[in-house]
Design a protein around this ligand. Structure first.
Ligand SMILES: NC(=O)c1ccc[n+]([C@@H]2O[C@H](COP(=O)([O-])OP(=O)(O)OC[C@H]3O[C@@H](n4cnc5c(N)ncnc54)[C@H](OP(=O)(O)O)[C@@H]3O)[C@@H](O)[C@H]2O)c1
Length: 329
């Protein structure tokens, strides 16, 4: 009897623009020892996927798998699997090949999803929440009363980061790329929001801080903002560069030294809570959802077959919050 299952998957055919993402059907074998087969329900899209797709982070060979996080239900288990069974709701955040309808994965890369966390919520907050965790707890430890500047505050990481920083008792000043995004941030109760498309960034930060500057800037945008960001950081403050969709900025080491600005440039890949694939960081992240610090916002949802559109919209700054691919749509 042949028990093999079909799965639609998205692969990067070769490095390039969004249309190098190709959807195809493959036949999966049965899971091997210590492996399970997951029917995936929600897949998280991250700007990091764009860097893999366009070759900034090249794969060792093409076609290459893409995507790192998803949630779903176990459909089959291999031999020797003790802690998981068919029907378990599970998730993972650090295993390449997530853009798939079904996938086979080793059990040391997955964890059980709490009943009250939906597949979509998990896919929306795992990598982005762990990134916010790293930025707040390692890159610069946010303290109550600090003034914190967050670029792209309505983006995936930016949404969680700004809500978490506010909950820690700090004041958030945020930037966004359009009037629509500014309205969204205002609706979320942030009242110091700068639309980079129409407002004078340095003037606005000076106005909000009475010319004192900010204690820390979290810059996940890069070349377009980083140099200006430094001009509004207090002497002795922190500048955290954690992403560069607009290009890698030149970092003026002499200026940082003169002004005693602490520069951090951390990568999730090196963060212990991410390296640990057992979900150790998830209870803290999920509790922020449960207690309403992370708003249960509607993510941007696309069918897995529409991965090209999801990437194109993300790169052209049309999306806000998290982006999710759903195989069932
Ligand atoms: N250090 C790490 O290990 C780590 C881990 C995870 C993510 N990241 C980084 O965190 C950043 C946010 O990731 P995300 O997945 O949550 O993405 P995202 O914030 O949802 O999307 C990127 C946002 O950046 C802003 N942006 C400014 N200039 C841009 C440009 N030229 N092209 C595209 N976007 C531009 C846009 O917001 P506005 O229109 O509002 O400006 C856009 O919505 C990315 O840079 C990502 O690489 C880093």
């Amino acid at each position: 009897m042949n028990n093999s299952k079909q799965s639609g998957i998205v692969l990067i055919e070769q490095p390039g623009a969004p249309d190098v993402l190709k959807y195809q059907n493959i036949t999966l074998q049965q899971p091997g020892p210590d492996e399970v087969l997951i029917a995936q329900k929600a897949i998280g899209v991250n700007f990091l996927d764009v860097f893999f797709r366009n070759g900034t982070f090249p794969a060792s060979q093409y076609p290459a798998p893409i995507g790192f996080e998803a949630s779903g239900i176990i459909e089959e288990v291999g031999t020797g699997v003790k802690d998981f069974t068919v029907g378990d709701r599970v998730a993972y955040y650090a295993s390449v090949g997530a853009y798939a309808e079904r996938r086979i994965i080793n059990t040391n890369e997955i964890f059980k999803l709490p009943e009250d966390i939906s597949f979509e919520q998990a896919a929306a907050v795992m990598i982005k929440g762990l990134t916010a965790h790293m930025l707040i707890k390692q890159s610069h430890k946010v303290k109550p009363g600090e003034v914190v500047l967050i670029h792209a505050m309505t983006g995936g990481v930016g949404t969680l980061l700004s809500q978490w920083v506010r909950a820690l008792g700090a004041t958030v000043i945020g930037t966004v790329g359009s009037a629509v995004k500014k309205e969204l941030a205002l609706r979320r109760g942030f009242n110091q929001v700068i639309d980079l498309g129409s407002e004078d960034f340095i003037g606005a930060v000076n106005q909000y801080t009475g010319g004192k500057g900010v204690d820390v800037v979290y810059d996940g945008t890069g070349k377009a903002t980083f140099e200006k960001s430094l001009t509004v950081v207090k002497d002795g403050g922190s500048a955290v560069l954690y992403g560069w969709p607009s290009g890698m900025p030149d970092v003026d080491e002499d200026l940082l030294m003169q002004r005693k600005i602490k520069f951090a440039h951390d990568a999730l890949n090196d963060y212990p809570l991410y390296q640990d694939k057992s979900g150790k960081g998830m209870p803290e992240i999920f509790s922020l959802l449960r207690n309403g610090i992370f708003e249960r916002e509607q993510s941007f949802i696309y069918s897995l077959r529409q991965a090209i559109a999801a990437h194109a919209d993300m790169e052209s700054r049309k999306t806000t919050g998290s982006i999710i691919l759903k195989p069932e749509l």
